[in-house]
Ligand binder design. Structure first.
Ligand code: EPZ
Length: 416
């Protein structure tokens, strides 16, 4: 079942429940290593990246079991960290185990996390920050060895608000001796959620949700019960699927308080958007109006929704400009969309102009990464005729069941 077959031309209608956030769940699962106890994580998404993280935790000695409403991680017994090659290279977000394992064991060896389709994904900001906390890194044969004979607090300023580096610094700082002051921290909601989880386990963190964090390290942590919020990127994906097909949908449980920049773009596209305690209701125009978007760190427009808004504007009624400022190679879907009749001009390495066309036709496409793959499915929903999207395991990394969700909204979609 590595492909998705779509019979397009149907406006999405109905309601769909938004599952728990991948990018909140992954650092929290890593953080369970710091509590030496049972953690009950409710609303944990059942996606491939979470399964891969669970395998890594089990490989380190954790006991993990799924309940109907979430997952229990018992990290009482954890041995020194050695993470196997395929698990790490296949999933970059294992990088957030770096800070957690240094906090728990004081050392680890892992495959050097490589880049991916969307960019080189360096980790220099992670390494320079952790060195200030007493960590020594060596590299040999593509493996990264980290040792902290004494992990201690530090004053750290990030030159760029890296999400992953912020997470690793917080995770190491919670276990380190003394206080860590972090300036220039990422503001993404997933950072606040991680801090709230750690605080529920007894961590003392000041400034959570701001760009200046103070972590008072060295406190013994205990297990807790914590609920993962809904995934703002999944909600945005389905929102722009609705905008691209001229439909109207209710995104149940969608975290509207984390989606201001996204909802602003949807309204500029001509969408009628209203929020209630049920979630976000959006009514799309027949064809979206053109917009000008530049991806930015939070609270700006998220890079993870750039591909899906690009797809939605392919049938727009004007010229939309999109600039990608976070990753260096996040326009790979342009060639696939052009196969469907899209008219997209590459202005330079980090910006495109989408000239909306009246109709798209189905084609055989290939997903190469998570969010681009989801965007190709949306393009298939918008096109006349049949579209096949191959390489769908990429999509299953971040969406519990994108076919089921789109079928609930009336789409003719099957996995094949
Ligand atoms: C997280 O990746 C997310 N992944 C990404 O979501 C998201 O796109 C990204 O943040 C930005 O919001 C998870 O949370 C698991 P960064 P991360 O460190 O932490 C450069 C998805 O689809 N950089 O904020 O890797 C880097 O090259 C994924 O769910 C350095 O130069 O993002 C990039 O250009 C895709 N040196 C920029 O910063 C470093 O040491 C943003 O990276 C680290 C990063």
């Amino acid at each position: 079942m590595d492909s998705i077959r779509i019979q397009g031309g149907v406006a999405l209608q109905g309601k769909v429940r938004i599952h728990g956030s991948k990018n909140a769940a992954l650092p929290i699962l890593a953080a369970t290593l710091l509590v030496r106890d049972n953690s009950f994580i409710r609303n944990c998404p059942r996606i491939a990246d979470v399964y891969a993280m669970i395998n890594l935790l089990k490989g380190l000695g954790c006991c993990v079991r799924w309940l109907e409403t979430g997952i229990v991680v018992d990290s009482t017994h954890v041995q020194k960290g050695e993470m196997c090659r395929e698990a790490v290279t296949g999933m970059r977000s294992s990088l957030c185990l770096l800070g957690a394992l240094l906090g728990r064991c004081g050392e680890l060896t892992m495959e050097y996390p490589g880049g991916c389709v969307i960019g080189k994904r360096p980790i220099d900001l992670h390494l320079s920050a952790l060195r200030k906390m007493g960590v020594e890194f060596t590299e040999s044969g593509g493996r990264l060895r980290a040792v902290a004979s004494r992990l201690h607090g530090a004053c750290i300023r990030l030159p760029f608000p890296s999400v992953g580096a912020t997470e690793n610094i917080i995770l190491a700082a919670v276990a380190a001796e003394g206080d860590t002051i972090l300036e220039g921290a990422a503001l993404e909601p997933e950072i606040l959620t991680l801090c709230r989880y750690l605080q529920s386990c007894g961590a003392f963190i000041e400034g959570a949700g701001s760009g200046r964090l103070i972590v008072h390290g060295g406190r013994r942590l205990h297990g807790s019960e914590f609920a993962i919020p809904a995934d703002r990127i999944v909600a945005g994906t389905y929102l722009f699927g609705c905008m691209g097909t001229g439909g109207n949908v209710l995104l149940e449980c969608a975290p509207e308080e984390e989606m201001a920049a996204v909802l602003e773009v949807a309204r500029k596209m001509g969408g009628h958007v209203c929020c209630s305690e049920e979630g976000i209701y959006v009514q799309a125009p027949e064809r979206p109006k053109p917009v000008s978007i530049s991806t930015e760190p939070y609270p700006g427009f998220p890079t993870d929704l750039q591909s899906v808004v690009l797809a939605a504007e392919v049938r727009g009624c004007g010229c939309t400009s999109i600039k990608e400022t976070i990753f260096e190679n996040r326009f790979r879907i342009v060639e696939d969309l052009e196969k469907m009749g899209a008219c997209i001009e590459r202005n330079d390495c980090c910006s495109v102009t989408v000239k909306g066309v009246e109709r798209l036709h189905g084609a055989c496409l290939e997903a190469r990464e998570l969010r681009g793959g989801a965007a190709l499915v949306i393009a298939g929903l918008m096109a006349e005729g049949e579209t096949i999207v191959k390489g769908c395991p990429y999509i299953y990394r971040g969406y519990e069941n994108i076919c089921r969700d789109f079928r609930e909204l009336g789409a003719r979609v099957t996995s094949v």
